[in-house]
Design a protein around this ligand. Structure first.
Ligand SMILES: Nc1ncnc2c1ncn2[C@@H]1O[C@H](COP(=O)(O)OP(=O)(O)O)[C@@H](O)[C@H]1O
Ligand SMILES: [Mg+2]
Length: 370
């Protein structure tokens, strides 16, 4: 049996660079060497693509200077990675590896937002996860909410404003936000993750600060009505056109809300699997998750994050993460584990779904034949 050639891409230009290294470590450990021939590609914070002996270790130790530059040709028909070598005759491209499937173990901007997926589409290769539209709509908190509203999936009331509006007349923005109701509000950059730039605003002065903070990270800012007494329930979705959902899990943030510190620094935020909610609520959440997944044309996987307003006993979809945290102790794989799918089985399935999606693409007519 020929081994399947897989390229795992990690690091990247986002604030979740280090989280990506952790996800990649688990993915690499799970790829059975009997079945897969693996190439590692690290992307630096500056955006350089690199490979060498044990690329991941070099990235983890911050010692990337001896690695070689890697090139993925944007033209179709290569299905390969190349290395750039300095020779007496200038820079030369050598083939590094043929690749059957790319596995972007990347989170956040330039990895999860459709940009990487656009490059992989141009190169016409198979890759794990959602395509261009699914990735970018999943990442954009403004557009995502509009698509959910159009599909009658409940979403917290929100407002989208431009950085320019905040800079020109912040008092008008504040007045518009306050029309949504009482404090607290959450101010968020439209395109980011890991809670970076997100503030819980309990007062007008908090809101002014929160708007300016969010506007540092994006041209577009989303302001949401805050749910005062909230439970955070998450469910894993897997598949292409007929996605399956896992059991639900609950996150218990270590702080006032599930902030960056609470996610990565405290180490005390708890995961409860399965979540202690009624079967009825769990079924409703899973149904919304699968519907939302299809609505954005997601593929491969996503983690769907919900809010439950405890006082109103009402469910809201918060977001779909199309490349969720993927270490062996992350919520996404743990929910599958609790649903009967081990981590290595999950990685195998994702690779199969990537190949299935590519086969569907190959069946699509690109031009009219005369
Ligand atoms: N409308 C809201 N009501 C209550 N809590 C919220 C609300 N929006 C965000 N939060 C809190 O902030 C956290 C991060 O927000 P989220 O939109 O999930 O951003 P990210 O994409 O960075 O994870 C959530 O997990 C939750 O704890
Ligand atoms: Mg979140």
């Amino acid at each position: 049996m020929n081994k399947l050639r897989v390229a795992v891409i990690f690091g990247g230009r986002s604030g979740e660079h280090d989280v990506s290294l952790m996800s990649a470590r688990s993915v690499l450990a799970a790829l059975d060497p009997e079945r897969y021939e693996v190439t590692q590609v690290g992307i630096t914070l500056e955006g350089e693509w690199l490979n060498g002996e044990n690329t991941l270790e070099s990235f983890a130790q911050g010692k990337t200077q001896d690695l070689n530059r890697v090139v993925l040709p944007s033209e179709p028909s290569h299905s390969a990675l190349y290395v750039l070598r300095n020779t007496d005759h200038g820079e030369m491209l050598d083939k590094l590896a043929d690749v059957d499937v790319f596995f972007p173990a990347l989170h956040g901007p330039f990895g999860e937002d459709g940009t990487m997926q656009g490059l992989l589409e141009l190169a016409d290769v198979a890759y794990v996860g959602a395509g261009v539209a699914g990735s970018s709509v999943g990442m954009d908190k403004g557009i995502f909410k509009d698509v959910m509203r159009a599909n009658h999936i409940p979403i917290v009331e929100s407002l989208l404003v431009l950085r320019g509006e905040i800079e020109n007349d912040i008092n008008r923005v504040i007045a518009d936000v306050e029309k949504m109701g009482a404090y607290p509000f959450f101010a968020k950059p439209a395109n980011l993750g890991s809670s970076v730039g997100i503030s819980k605003c309990n007062s007008r002065s908090d809101l002014a600060e929160g708007l300016m903070e969010a506007a540092r990270y994006d041209r577009r800012v989303v302001i949401e009505k805050g749910i005062a007494n909230v439970r955070e329930i998450e469910v894993s979705v897997l598949g292409n056109e007929d996605p399956q959902t896992s059991v639900c899990g609950e996150v218990l943030p270590s702080r006032d809300f599930y902030s960056y510190e609470s996610k990565y620094l405290d180490g005390t935020s708890g995961l409860i699997i399965p979540s202690q909610i009624s079967a009825e609520m769990s079924n409703q959440i899973r149904e919304y998750a699968a519907r939302a997944y299809k609505a954005i044309d997601c593929a491969g996987m996503a983690r769907a994050d919900f809010f439950v307003d405890v006082e109103m006993n009402k469910i809201y979809l918060n977001e779909l993460n199309t490349l969720p945290g993927f270490t062996s102790i992350s919520m996404y794989p743990k929910l599958w584990q609790a649903s009967g799918l081990t981590y290595p089985q999950l990685v195998d399935r994702l690779i199969e779904f990537a190949l299935e999606r590519k086969a569907q693409r190959d069946h699509t007519e690109r031009r009219r034949l005369v």
